[in-house]
Design a protein. Structure first.
Length: 356
């Protein structure tokens, strides 16, 4: 969907008829985790991050979570998704979804249970505005990804956050163990507060090098566009070469630009990290990856909602949850012992950071 007009027209057609790609789930017998088979139809609409599907990391992991759900006992459940091209599209999608929340899906007047999944932290504020006065329940529910806790007990949307502090703290320790002295933490969106824990974790895990230097912090952009600028980051790498010896880029699809540069210049002396998935195949200089099992987070939430279990207003996951990890690449086995030796300390530091 490439324009707001197209999106609006399709959404006016109730979205759930023709938008995006439809995943019709199949049956699986003898699944002990899904014994409570709903007696009503269930429909899920997923909004991926802007132009994000096909990024080889975060969004593709979300799609994997959808496929995991597809392979489970989800009779009567339909999952559809769209990829907006602007925040205006997202707002229009949210409004249209709510306007059609009670629309039947057949001539018998069947109104399904409906769940809207907003798979980007950039959508949380929009959701909180659009659904501020909406009355929701388990049958009409909104789940927003990677949010900070609003602290509002009356909030209707359901949110969760994944702390990157602990995994990033371990990554900072790894950079120190490699002997790096001048690391750069590069955020895709310098205004996205949900990534600040990754910044702080790496900076504090790295500490100070022998010469007293510390990690430098930068950003590609000050909005969501910074997550889709691989060409721009590729060009920036020419400036970074010789200035930094480790780049910890929390920048979504933009990271591909850095990996490309490192493949073309394998002797440049810059180490780096994969993000969201194990991306060690993209460059020999990727020493580890901050792996988010967002596929399992989505799968678990979908399973609970499908089984008519109420979703908590807010949930927080960290290194201890198993949904996120700092995973050393196989070509650097000498670094794995250090990670395991520091893991409990990382969990402790993460808990202390979250309590501030």
């Amino acid at each position: 969907m490439k324009t707001s007009n197209i999106l609006t027209h399709l959404l006016a057609a109730v979205m759930l008829l023709t938008i995006g790609h439809c995943v019709t789930s199949c049956n699986k017998d003898d699944d002990a985790s899904n014994t409570e088979t709903p007696t009503v139809q269930s429909e899920v609409l997923v909004l991926f991050s802007i132009d994000g599907l096909g990024d080889g990391s975060y969004n593709d992991q979300i799609l994997r979570g959808i496929k995991l759900m597809e392979n489970e006992n989800s009779k009567g459940m339909t999952i559809r998704f769209i990829t907006p091209t602007s925040l205006e599209d997202v707002e229009s999608a949210c409004k249209s979804w709510w306007e059609n929340i009670d629309k039947p899906i057949d001539d018998k007047g069947t109104v399904p249970r409906r769940l809207l999944v907003l798979a980007s932290s950039d959508y949380v504020d929009i959701a909180r505005q659009v659904f501020a006065n909406a009355e929701m329940n388990i049958n009409r529910c909104v789940l927003a990804f990677e949010a900070e806790d609003s602290g509002d007990e009356t909030e209707q949307i359901r949110t969760f956050g994944i702390s990157m502090y602990g995994a990033s703290w371990l990554a900072g320790k790894t950079a120190r163990e490699l002997g790096c002295k001048h690391p750069l933490v590069l955020l895709g969106n310098g205004q996205n507060t949900t990534t600040y824990d990754a910044r702080d974790g790496f900076v504090e895990g790295f500490g100070k090098a022998e010469d007293g230097s510390v990690a430098v912090v930068g950003a590609i952009a000050d909005d969501w566009t910074g997550y889709g600028m691989p060409t721009e980051l590729y060009k920036k790498m020419y400036d970074y070469d010789g200035q930094y010896d480790f780049i910890y880029a929390v920048a979504g699809g933009s990271n591909m630009g850095a990996y490309r540069y490192l493949r073309e210049n394998p002797d440049c002396g810059i180490y780096t990290a994969g993000m969201d998935t194990d991306q060690s195949a993209y460059s020999t200089l990727i020493v580890g990856s901050m792996v988010k099992r967002i596929d399992l987070v989505l799968y678990d939430h979908l399973t609970n909602w499908y089984n008519q279990k109420d979703l908590p207003r807010y949930q927080h996951y960290g290194l201890e949850s198993g949904y996120i990890n700092w995973q050393i690449a196989d070509r650097y086995p000498q670094l794995k012992a250090g990670v395991e030796a520091n893991r409990q300390e990382a969990i402790k530091k993460e808990n202390e950071y979250g309590a501030k």
